[in-house]
Design a protein around this ligand. Structure first.
Ligand SMILES: CC(=O)N[C@@H]([C@@H](O)[C@H](O)[C@H](O)CO)[C@@H](O)CC(=O)C(=O)O
Length: 322
C-alpha cells in the first residue's frame, strides 16, 4: 500500500492555467506563480489541472506539459503537487496518471466522468480503480464536485470500503455544500487517516469544525494569507477571530458571486492581486468584463485585501477592513 511521505493538509491552491492573449498556455510565468504562492500567500501545496486550471478544456498534450512545468518549478519550493488526471476517456486518464507518476508528482486526483455517468458507487469505483492502478505508487484522491459532474453519488457512500478496491486511496477533495455528507465522511473514517479536503472556500470554517484536514480551492491563490490566518486562529481555538476571518472572506466571495463568479473571474482577480498575467480563459468560457474587474478591485481595496501599496486606499484606516 502506498502512503504519502507527508499527509496532504492545510491550504492547497487550485492553480489557474496562465494563458497568453492568443489562448496558448503561458508557461513562462509558472515559476513566478510558485514563488508568489509560497512567499506572498503562504500556500505550499497545489492542485493542478482541476476546475480552476481548466484541465478539461486542455488537450492531453497540454495537460502533460502543464503538469511537468508545475512539478519542475515547484521542486524544493512546494510541499505537494497533486495532478488532476480525470477525463471522459479511461485511456486518457490512465495515460495522465502514468505521466504524473513519471514526472514525480505527489499525488493524483480524479473526478467522476460526466458524459456517460456512473449510475452507482460500484461502477464509479471501477473507473477510479483503473486509473489509480496506472500509478500504483502515487496517493489517489477522489475529486467530488457534483455541481459540475452531475454525478450525485454521496461521498460518504463512495468512501465505504474504498481502500479494499483502491489500495492507494488517500482521501477526498469535497467540492460541495452538503455538510451532512462531508461530516459523515469524517465521522466514519476516524481510523483510516484519510485526507478530507474541503473545496467550498466560503464555508471552510464550518468544514474545519466538522473535521476537514485541509482545503483545496481557487481563492487560496489570492486569499491564501487571509485564510491561513483563519486556520491559525482555529488551531489556537480562537473561534471569534476565526469567524471574523471567515466572514471577511465571505464578504468578498459573496460580492463577486453576485456579480457572476467563475474561472474567468478568478483569472482576472488573480492578475489584479498578484500582478502576474493569467490571461483569458479558453472557450467556451468568456473573459471577465472590465466592469467586473473594476468592481472586484474596489471591493478588495475596501476590505484591505490588496497588498501592493499603489492600490491601497491611502493611509487612513479602512472602516470595513478585515
Ligand atoms: C466550483 C468551483 O470552482 N469551486 C472551487 C472553489 O474554490 C470556489 O471557487 C470557491 O469556493 C468560490 O465559490 C474549487 O472547489 C474548485 C477546485 O478546487 C479546482 O479548481 O479544482
Amino acid at each position: 500500500m502506498a502512503f504519502p511521505k507527508k499527509k496532504l493538509r492545510g491550504l492547497v491552491a487550485a492553480t489557474i492555467t496562465p494563458m497568453t492573449e492568443n489562448g496558448e498556455i503561458n508557461f513562462s510565468v509558472i515559476g513566478q506563480y510558485v514563488d508568489y504562492l509560497v512567499k506572498e500567500q503562504g500556500v505550499k501545496s497545489i492542485f493542478v489541472n482541476g476546475t480552476t486550471g481548466e484541465g478539461l478544456s486542455l488537450s492531453v498534450a497540454e495537460r502533460r506539459q502543464v503538469a511537468e512545468e508545475w512539478v519542475k518549478q515547484g521542486r524544493n519550493k512546494l510541499d505537494q503537487v497533486v495532478i488532476h488526471v480525470g477525463a471522459l476517456s479511461l485511456k486518457e486518464s490512465r495515460e495522465l496518471a502514468r505521466h504524473a507518476a513519471d514526472i514525480g508528482a505527489d499525488g493524483i486526483a480524479v473526478m467522476a466522468p460526466f458524459f456517460f455517468k456512473s449510475q452507482n458507487k460500484d461502477d464509479l469505483i471501477s473507473f477510479l480503480r483503473e486509473v489509480a492502478a496506472s500509478a500504483p505508487a502515487l496517493p489517489f484522491y477522489y475529486y467530488h464536485i457534483p455541481s459540475l459532474t452531475g454525478v450525485k453519488i454521496r461521498a460518504e457512500e463512495l468512501l465505504e470500503g474504498i481502500q479494499d478496491k483502491i489500495p492507494t486511496f488517500q482521501g477526498l477533495k469535497f467540492s460541495d455544500t452538503d455538510l451532512l455528507d462531508f461530516g459523515q465522511c469524517v465521522d466514519q473514517n476516524h481510523q483510516r487517516q484519510f485526507a478530507l479536503l474541503f473545496g467550498v472556500d466560503e464555508q471552510l470554517l464550518s468544514a474545519l469544525i466538522m473535521g476537514a484536514t485541509g482545503a483545496v480551492g481557487s481563492t487560496y491563490n489570492y486569499l491564501g494569507k487571509k485564510t491561513n490566518q483563519m486556520l491559525e486562529a482555529f488551531e489556537q481555538k480562537d473561534f471569534t477571530s476565526a469567524l471574523n476571518y471567515q466572514f471577511c472572506i465571505q464578504r468578498f466571495i459573496n460580492y463577486v458571486i453576485k456579480l457572476g463568479f467563475g474561472v474567468s473571474q478568478t483569472k482576472a482577480i488573480m492578475t489584479l492581486v498578484s500582478g502576474i498575467p493569467m490571461g483569458p480563459p479558453r472557450l467556451p468560457l468568456q473573459k471577465a468584463t472590465q466592469e467586473f474587474t473594476a468592481n472586484a478591485e474596489a471591493k478588495l481595496k475596501s476590505l484591505d485585501f490588496l497588498s501592493f501599496p499603489s492600490l491601497k486606499g491611502g493611509t487612513e484606516p479602512i472602516a470595513s477592513a478585515c
